[in-house]
Design a protein around this ligand. Structure first.
Ligand SMILES: C[S@@+](CC[C@H](N)C(=O)[O-])C[C@H]1O[C@@H](n2cnc3c(N)ncnc32)[C@H](O)[C@@H]1O
Length: 343
């Protein structure tokens, strides 16, 4: 994600995405055993944290009457080492939306390590949460010369490699969580899914990629740099999510709830009110830059002025959307996983 708090300021779409998972988190907070001396909440893929404030606050407010005023709650925010943890802790300390505001005995901490491995002590997590993060893969499995996302490549071998990576990452994520979660603990995840007939997100993915192609055609980056671009993200289907539970790669966890739903498009709803196509272009372009700019720009030559290229791409994308406003069609996975209580 783009640092300096830019993702925090341009992630209203992600905030809307997680809305339908929130009631599941609150329900879980009301039902997990929560019988340890310290209660552990884990937040996998926090980024700069704005979108975690309301979910964590809601979880604490549900847990607190159950556990009494004195039991400490440790909130562990997990993200990659490159994450802008400074913006996260500034928000937690200073912003009125912080879950610390008005809540005692709550201890935030951060872990700068990949959630595809174990990051917390065994049996220390009572409640897990992950929003808008698990469609990011641990790596690009192969070069993707013809698109910014392998899942949209015309080459079936590329798409197969993406599916294999998604599968391996998902199994690794679950195996790590199966050790971290206490018996009876629950994990609620929301991330990009795949629809029944199409992946979803095609309109915006193609518009963003085409804006990079146009920027290369205009000479602001080379076609060799363009060919290196590949963002390691893709949605998963229901079958892909169920696979590690079905084939025995994951034990100690059960998938208790799973739905793939059409994602909201708050930008389109605002456009329908205002009719302001230029504004629609700006919000989409800034969001795409915030969420995908760094992984695209990572392919640029070392001496390249990345900010200038991103400015040019963002401007082109905003103009492209303003010229042909559309409603985005993409899909969200919402799921609940429970750690089996040892018998
Ligand atoms: C789109 S942001 C989502 C942020 C926030 N949870 C939200 O709902 O808006 C995705 C985040 O997942 C993080 N992420 C991607 N791969 C990860 C990994 N392997 N381990 C931990 N975090 C990861 C990214 O660095 C990024 O900050």
């Amino acid at each position: 994600m783009q640092g300096g708090g830019f993702y925090n300021r341009n992630s209203a779409l992600q905030a809307a995405n997680l809305g339908s998972a929130l009631p599941l988190l609150v329900a879980a907070a009301g039902e997990v055993p929560a019988d340890g001396a310290i209660i552990g909440i884990a937040d996998y893929g926090v980024s700069q944290g704005r979108n975690s404030m309301a979910p964590v606050a809601a979880a604490i407010d549900t847990l607190r009457p159950r556990i009494g005023p004195d039991r400490p709650i440790v909130v562990s925010h997990v993200d990659l080492p490159s994450n802008d943890f400074g913006s996260l802790f500034t928000l937690i300390d200073e912003d009125p939306v912080s879950y610390l505001a008005g809540r005692a005995q709550v201890y935030p901490n951060a872990i700068g390590r990949s959630h595809f491995g174990e990051v917390l002590p065994h049996g220390s997590v009572d409640l897990g949460w992950s929003s808008n993060a698990l469609h990011w893969m641990s790596r690009n499995p192969c070069p993707v010369p013809d698109h910014g996302w392998g899942v949209f490549s015309a080459d079936p071998a590329v798409r197969d490699a993406i599916d294999a990576q998604l599968d391996a990452d998902w199994a690794n994520f679950l195996q790590a969580r199966s050790r971290e979660m206490r018996g009876g603990a629950r994990l609620i995840c929301q991330f990009m899914g795949r629809g029944p007939d199409s992946h979803g997100f095609e309109w915006m993915a193609n518009a963003f990629w085409q804006s990079w192609v146009d920027t290369a055609d205009a000479g602001l980056l080379t076609h060799a740099e363009l060919a290196r671009i590949s963002a390691p993200s893709a949605g998963r289907s229901v079958a892909q999510i169920e696979a590690p539970f079905r084939d025995g790669r994951v034990s100690g966890l059960s998938l208790v709830d799973l739905a793939v739903v059409q994602a909201p498009d708050p930008y389109w709803a605002a456009f329908e009110q205002s009719g302001d196509a230029a504004q629609l272009g700006r919000v989409w372009a800034d969001m795409m830059r915030a969420a995908n700019g760094p992984s695209f720009a990572a392919a640029l030559d070392p001496g390249r002025d990345r900010a200038a290229v991103l400015d040019a791409v963002t401007e082109r994308l905003a103009a492209r959307i303003a010229a042909d406003p559309q409603q985005n069609r993409s899909y969200n996975v919402i799921l609940v996983i429970e750690a089996v209580v040892a018998g």
